[in-house]
Design a binder for this molecule. Structure first.
Ligand code: ADP
Ligand code: MG
Ligand code: MG
Length: 525
């Protein structure tokens, strides 16, 4: 796909100049991560950061496939909102998974408990900040289309840093740090507004929440706890957005950029807090379960500040490690039962499970959720073959394939965050190592064959040159509520920028945070 002259060979002086420009731009623009403990033994007050792993050059990507991936995003957003909203359809899938997967069972239990004990959900709107990931698929080394790797509905990361990598590569071109190439031009470097667009999604949800609460306030007596706030004596409580994060998050700056943008551009307070800490600073107000938050620094001051949380944005909570004790599960339930908009709800998180992707890859199921015929075909065209590992007819076929032709497949559990899959020849051995009745918790997916391109990966100042492959993520932002006849009513739906992640072509995984890959940007060819 790429021409042999790209990226161009550089003299030692040119390379040194380029790397200096690249590194200084990254540091100056907050294109950074916290260093791994193996890199920096001591990090007093967390004051040391390092450049994020990024490619020195943008990687070539076919224009038409880039355009198509973006063009179908709002339809994909709607598809997953509809899946999350269909409690019966989703419930059928998830209850059978729950039999073999404790993590999924715990999430599903939050939903069922809410429905039975609590009289149902208190929130009106749901927010999805999604990312649909694709690789270009090649046959005989020729690109034939994009194939979806997976669809993320929780903690879709790297939006902010990805915007900054697009800016970095454009700067290196404009500043002359890149020598002339026949590929990099003004029009071949697309703008990338992932940071702004993801923030817009959070702001849209925030506004719907505030409007909803304000509309109710005409006949509303503020609950006693609100009168503790300086600003709410007049009935106008202060609203804020909560980011639920992991302690010791190395990718904190990607999240911080969103926070800064929201506060600086929109004047809305953002509270960043780890799941185990939340209950110390929050309570509900009955009967509507507004989620009130007392910022930790204000706990002991005389005049307490109290904020009503409009949106709970999860950048944690996607895997079992985030729930070391029952207390974290109880907190997730507590947040779920509140009136605040969740990004995502438990149901939306479950809609993003690999099992759902596998079931949607059967056209009949896709048909149930996508009305537009043309769009249905376009989405379907992005699907690779995915098989269940249960005892259905397809499942039995897959079990055979997994042992007879493992080199064609990747085996995936219902997990997020990278590093969980089993590849190729390791599949049979792995399946033999677990009980057969657990197999149905996995899906078997055909390997996509992405084209190799040449690039240089910069990680902690070290250069690695060689063949790489890319994975294009398209972000989406959607806000919906239940409308007429119990159907999904969409009130905000946008494509929200892109992420190109690149990894060495011999590496199986591509997760940046998991340490396998790096952030890249597209130069369209
Ligand atoms: P996670 O939710 O952990 O990110 P993914 O399904 O995205 O799980 O898989 C992790 C990585 O494995 C991907 O980023 C990609 O590099 C690789 N991968 C997953 N599925 C395929 C596939 N069908 N073909 C080729 N590579 C894949
Ligand atoms: Mg992934
Ligand atoms: Mg994922």
């Amino acid at each position: 796909m790429a021409t042999p002259t790209y990226p161009p060979g550089l003299t030692a002086d040119q390379l040194s100049y380029l790397i200096t420009s690249f590194t200084d731009y990254s540091l100056a623009h907050g294109l950074i991560v916290r260093p791994a403990p193996s890199l920096v033994a001591q990090n007093p007050n967390n004051a040391i950061a390092t450049t994020a792993p990024v490619t020195l050059w943008p990687s070539p990507f076919p224009t038409s496939l880039f355009t198509e991936a973006r063009a179908i995003q709002t339809a994909c957003n709607l598809l997953y909102a509809c899946v999350a909203h269909d409690e019966t359809w989703l419930g059928d899938l998830i209850t059978s998974l729950s039999l073999v997967d404790d993590f999924i069972a715990n999430l599903w239990a939050i939903h069922t408990r809410l429905k039975t004990e609590n009289g149902g959900y208190r929130h009106k709107f749901s927010l999805g900040l999604f990312r649909s990931d694709y690789m270009v698929h090649t046959v005989d080394e020729r690109p034939v289309g994009i194939r979806q790797v997976e669809f993320n509905t929780i903690a879709s990361s790297f939006g902010a840093l990805s915007s900054k990598v697009s800016d970095l590569h454009r700067y290196l071109y404009k500043s002359g740090a890149y020598p002339p190439t026949n590929i990099i031009k003004d029009i071949s470097l697309p703008g990338n507004e992932a940071l702004e667009k993801l923030a817009e999604g959070l702001i849209a949800a925030h506004k719907f929440y505030v409007q909803d609460v304000s509309a109710e306030k005409k006949n509303y007596t503020p609950p006693p706890s609100r009168s503790q706030t300086g600003s709410s004596d007049d009935g106008n409580s202060s609203f804020g957005i909560m980011f639920v994060v992991q302690d010791g998050e190395r990718n904190a700056f990607d999240q911080r950029w969103l926070e800064y943008h929201i506060t600086e551009k929109y004047g809305i307070r953002v509270f960043r807090i780890a799941l185990p800490e939340i209950r110390k600073y929050t309570h509900h107000v009955r009967p509507n379960f507004e989620l009130l938050f007392v910022p930790p620094h204000a706990l002991s001051s005389q005049k307490q500040e109290v904020f009503e949380i409009s949106v709970v944005y999860f950048r944690a909570g996607y895997g079992p490690d985030d729930y070391p004790t029952q207390q974290e599960w109880d907190t997730r339930y507590f947040l779920e039962e509140s009136r605040a908009i969740k990004c995502p709800t438990v149901l939306t998180q479950l809609a993003g499970s690999k099992k759902v992707q596998q079931v949607l890859a059967g056209k009949v199921n896709l048909e149930k959720f996508v009305d537009d015929e043309g769009m249905k075909d376009r989405i379907f065209d992005t699907f690779a073959a995915i098989y269940p590992m249960d005892d259905s007819e397809d499942g039995l076929k897959a079990r055979k394939l997994a042992f007879e032709e493992p080199h064609r497949f990747v085996l995936k559990p219902q997990r997020e965050g990278g590093g969980n899959n089993i590849y190729k020849e390791k599949i049979p051995e792995f399946l033999n190592s677990i009980e057969e009745d657990k197999w149905q918790g996995y899906i078997l997916m055909e390997l996509i064959q992405p084209p190799e391109v040449e690039n240089i990966v910069m990680r902690n100042g070290q250069m690695m040159q060689g063949k790489v492959v890319g994975e294009l993520g398209v972000y989406g932002s959607i806000v919906w509520k239940e409308g007429a006849e119990g159907k999904v009513e969409v009130v905000h739906n946008e494509e929200a920028g892109v992420l190109l992640r690149t990894k060495g072509s011999s590496s199986e995984e591509g997760g940046v945070a998991a340490g396998f890959g790096c952030i890249d940007s597209c130069v369209l060819v």
